[in-house]
Ligand binder design. Structure first.
Ligand code: GLN
Length: 192
């Protein structure tokens, strides 16, 4: 049975916990879903979800607790949403600790002040999807091997690389389980 950890250092952890459980039920996949706070707990997971929040704070705590090293060394699949997308990147427009698992440069708070929070329709995996954006980052550039999954007004808002997936928006704040389904399938591939 796979274990999916919701990183519980800061941010909207409960929402990810709920939608992950709901998605697993819908898919008929048996898995443990745990809120994780320590490097040991993270090391027991096959997939980790990093929620929205403050990427500088989450990154600092991930570094101090040794969680960053565990994720990178054990090659754990990561889904990062909003602040989590920033943390997955190799480079940010701000100096901060990063996992560096996806070759991309992100711009934090990339949609400007007046658009601090908004919803908009994007197209992802061939379907329409309503994205919730809150002080969202976007990718300024991505490496050749990175899959760009979605753009909004020409800005890259969702990417995938190996078993990792990053979104500018907050899939945990909608009822649409598309993104979580994608990630769970990736985690299952990792343990095959
Ligand atoms: N702007 C925040 C950051 O870069 C992310 C905001 C969010 O996760 N809602 O950390």
């Amino acid at each position: 049975m796979i274990t999916i950890g919701i990183l519980d250092l800061q941010g909207d952890v409960s929402e990810h916990f709920e939608i992950t459980k709901r998605t697993l039920d819908k898919m008929g996949v048996e898995a443990r879903v745990l809120k994780v706070k320590t490097a040991t707990e993270v090391s027991e997971c096959n997939g980790i979800i990093i929620s929205g929040g403050e990427s500088t704070v989450i990154g600092k705590l991930m570094k101090e607790t040794g969680i960053m090293d565990v994720i990178v060394n054990q090659k754990i699949a990561v889904m990062g949403t909003c602040a989590g997308m920033v943390l997955l990147s190799k480079e940010s427009d701000y100096e901060q600790p990063l996992l560096g698992l996806i070759d991309m440069k992100v711009k934090r708070n990339g949609f400007g002040r007046q658009k601090a929070s908004f919803e908009d329709e994007i197209e992802i995996f061939g379907g329409k999807y309503r994205g919730v954006f809150i002080r969202a980052p976007y990718a300024l550039k991505t490496g050749a091997d990175v899959d760009v999954l979605a753009k909004l007004h020409g800005k890259i808002v969702a990417v995938a690389y190996e078993h990792h997936v990053a979104t500018s928006f907050h899939p945990e704040l909608t009822d649409d389980t598309t993104i979580h389904e994608y990630f769970i399938k990736e985690v299952l591939k990792c343990v095959e």
